[in-house]
Design a protein around this ligand. Structure first.
Ligand code: PMP
Length: 461
């Protein structure tokens, strides 16, 4: 049923501008420009209310692994809603969907992760992490272990604790910082690598963690939190030397490793989890997004046996939970999404078909005069746009302007990509076929050419 049957596009834009405060939005600028009204989705495609079609190169917001419009999920949610639309999981109760989903997740996630705490989002998952790591060390009689180390350009969500764990300076500036969080340099070779080779830089960046632990004191450090590949920070793919060194440091220095799989989880890097791709063995693993392919909001924290044993055996009541932790309809959506992903071998398709094919095209974009680096792992990638290609260190003035220009050209060409600083980034549905990738590659090529031509016209290159 259409709940806004008589509203024209202009009407929707008017009421939206009057009443709706969007996430991460400059309101005045948006209202001057008007919102795009997305009305329908099917597969990798979206349509707005004026009938324009877009290829969804960002899989919604890094989440629709299986693409839009899968009827089976709507049906599964409908069935669940007619049986039990809602009940909580507090007070010694559960329901079949939450119990079943916890079992499926214990099976799918890396070895040693056998418990899940359900949340509604990635942000809430990271708030849960914040509370659980401190609780864990308290229970072990080490209450001074409080500090969580994150990374600049890390993104862990938008709640107070999650935004503090993340390393987005603008977010910290607007809301202030939470005490007990420290940030280190990210493994972003293109920006910070200087004269080092990527391999040398990977080790150097990992040892930033060791230096931070020394500075803060091991007795004060509870955990290190990181995305396998930093997504919202610009698809920062670490050199191969980075993660082994981080894993060594976390083990030797007795701190927990929290691997935020909100973007990398559920196939994005060509394995079920980024932790599989990089062999990470997390102590805690926040998940969301691809868990339900975004069809309903659901997230969680996968908890390792090491942490679960302490929390279960030594803890009393964990004073933490959400009304909608393990919401039946959200669990039903996640279960059906995971069924589809398994039955249709979506992760295998990503690893063996879609990712190698797109990566080959991506490498070709690396030859474009505007592209300083083309990086991609699995189906998540970035193109760094630079004014003077041979010189990696040179950047455009007004960082972000060229990235936004390129993103706008992309939209105009019917492809949704995202601009982060002056990089164009992509994270398409995992189910893309070769033909669809060909179509997408044409639009990316045109977007680079359009941006290049405009910059030439402006005399900026
Ligand atoms: N962690 C990571 C790695 C994310 O990318 C995001 C969202 N982009 C979050 C956490 C927060 O998730 P949510 O928006 O569902 O709160």
């Amino acid at each position: 049923m259409n709940h806004a049957p008589n509203l024209s596009t202009a009407d929707i834009q008017r009421v939206d501008a009057a009443h709706h405060l969007h996430p991460f939005t400059d309101y005045k600028a948006l209202n001057a420009e008007k919102s795009r009204v997305i009305a329908r989705g099917d597969g990798i495609w979206l349509w707005d209310t004026d009938g324009n079609r877009f290829l969804d190169g960002m899989a919604g917001l890094w989440c629709t692994q299986i693409g839009h419009g899968r009827r089976e999920i709507a049906d599964a949610v409908h069935r669940q809603m007619t049986e039990l639309e809602y009940y909580n999981t507090f007070f010694k109760t559960t329901h079949p969907a939450a119990a079943k989903l916890s079992e499926v997740l214990a099976e799918l996630t890396p070895e040693g992760l056998n418990h899940v705490f359900f949340t509604n989002s990635g942000s809430e998952a990271n708030d849960t992490v914040f509370r659980m790591v401190r609780y864990y060390w308290q229970l072990l009689g080490k209450p001074s272990k409080q500090v969580i180390i994150g990374r600049n350009y890390g993104y862990h969500g938008s709640t107070v604790a999650a935004s503090a764990l993340g390393g987005m300076a603008g977010m910290h500036a607007q809301a202030g910082m939470v005490p007990g969080v420290h940030h280190i340099t990210p493994p972003y070779w293109f920006d910070y690598g200087g004269d080092m080779s990527p391999e040398e830089f990977g080790v150097w960046a990992a040892r930033e963690l060791e230096r931070a632990i020394d500075e803060l004191g091991e007795d004060n450090v509870a955990a290190f939190i990181a995305e396998p590949i930093q997504g919202a920070g610009g698809v920062l793919i670490p050199p191969e030397t980075y993660w082994p060194e981080i894993r060594r440091i976390c083990s030797e220095r007795d701190i927990l490793l929290v691997v935020d799989e909100v973007i990398c989880g559920f196939g994005r890097t060509g394995n079920w989890f980024g932790s599989d791709t990089y062999d990470l063995k997390p102590d805690l693993m926040p998940i969301a997004k691809g868990l339900s392919s975004g069809y309903l909001p659901i997230g969680g924290v996968m908890v390792s046996d090491r942490v679960a044993e302490v929390v279960i055996e030594k803890g009393g009541e964990f004073y933490h939970g959400y009304t909608y932790s393990g919401h039946p309809a959200a669990c039903a959506a996640a279960l059906e999404n995971l069924r589809i992903m398994r039955d249709e071998k979506v992760v295998e398709h990503c690893a063996n078909e879609a990712a190698p094919y797109l990566q080959q095209k991506w490498a070709e974009f690396g030859e474009h005069p505007l592209v300083g680096e083309a990086r991609m792992k699995g189906l998540v990638g970035a193109l760094e746009l630079v004014p003077n290609k041979p010189n990696r260190a040179e950047r455009f003035d007004n960082v972000g302007q060229v990235g936004t220009m390129a993103r706008d050209f992309s939209f105009g060409n019917g492809l949704i990509m995202r601009g982060v600083r002056d990089a164009l980034i992509i994270s398409p549905p995992l189910v893309m076929t070769r033909e669809e990738i060909d179509q997408m590659a044409k639009l990316i090529g045109k977007t680079l050419d359009d941006t290049y031509a405009e910059l030439k016209k402006q005399g900026r290159i």
